[in-house]
Design a protein around this ligand. Structure first.
Ligand SMILES: [Zn+2]
Length: 290
């Protein structure tokens, strides 16, 4: 991306964030903050993690509680915005760093996840993580107080149980850990399914929304889904060439460069790890196919 395009992007995202009314902002950068994204729709950020919540006259819908401390803070802040209890807590996927702290809402909420996430949460048996009692495999709608939200499974990507939360009334999509905005993938992509991930992103591209809220980092637009898919495709193609040539993982990490994405966040430190993860995945695939 050229410097001028980058500048325009920063301006656009900057404006998106100023549009959102900053509530409870302390000295910057605060550890926790809530930003209004749309009428009754809020971003909740805790350090490098974020989730969304929706207030309605019949109750509040929360997504990832993030941690016990974060959830206690969030619950107190929600009380200042709504006199309604939290009715639903939606887990984006089974990873601890997003779903710990749910017990803070266990007195009144139902817990929702993809069916495969429930299985993993049952195995982990963390007392701070209530086990979901409402699960689905493909798609599930929740209607509460005049709001309608859709939970959609778009296939394997970062895990085999990641859901996206679609707010059709706001044309907003919340997706965690598999659509970073102008940021490379997380480290060596340990729990990921690269080929399914690319297909999953194509499914997300079919959904009707404009604003993309990821579980980390800056807020984006629908266009960022295609951009990130193109990144994964380019990474896959470049690493596959190295695997075919018989390069070692260290040789591949030295050889593979994607200058188009150098401006993206974490390129300097995570990109070589992305190469390593993709190398492992493709080498394993070759062995399996023999
Ligand atoms: Zn994760």
């Amino acid at each position: 991306m050229s410097i001028s395009k980058w500048f325009v992007f920063v301006l656009i995202v900057g404006c998106l964030l100023c549009d959102g009314q900053r509530l409870f902002a302390q000295q910057s950068p605060p550890d926790d903050e809530i930003i209004k994204l749309a009428e009754d729709v809020y971003l909740f950020r805790h350090h490098f993690h974020q989730s969304i919540f929706i207030t309605t006259p019949k109750g509040v819908i929360v997504t990832d509680p993030i941690s016990s401390d974060a959830a206690i803070w969030l619950k107190a802040k929600i009380k200042t915005l709504s006199d309604q209890p939290v009715r639903y807590v939606i887990y984006s996927h089974h990873h601890d760093d997003h779903i710990t702290g749910g017990s803070v809402f266990a007195d009144q909420a139902r817990f929702v996840s993809h069916a495969a996430a429930r299985e993993k949460i049952l195995q982990a048996a963390d007392p701070h993580t209530p086990v979901p009692d409402l699960t689905f495999t493909d798609r599930m709608g929740i209607d509460l107080g005049g709001k309608h939200i859709e939970l959609i499974y778009t296939g394997k990507n970062h895990t085999d149980n990641s859901l996206v939360v679609l707010l059709p009334q706001n044309k907003l999509l919340f997706a965690v850990d598999f659509i970073p905005v102008e940021t490379v993938a997380y480290r060596t992509m340990q729990s990921d399914y690269p080929d399914d991930w690319i297909e999953s992103l194509k499914q997300v591209e079919q959904l009707d929304f404009e604003t993309l809220v990821p579980g980390h980092g800056k807020i984006g637009k629908k266009e960022h889904v295609r951009q990130f898919r193109n990144y994964l495709e380019a990474l896959r193609a470049a690493v596959e060439e190295q695997v075919r040539k018989g390069a070692t993982v260290e040789e591949a990490k030295k050889a593979v460069r994607l200058p188009k994405y150098e401006q993206w966040q974490r390129y300097a430190d995570w990109f070589p790890e992305n190469v390593e993860g993709m190398y492992r995945y493709l080498s394993q695939q070759r062995k399996d196919n023999r």
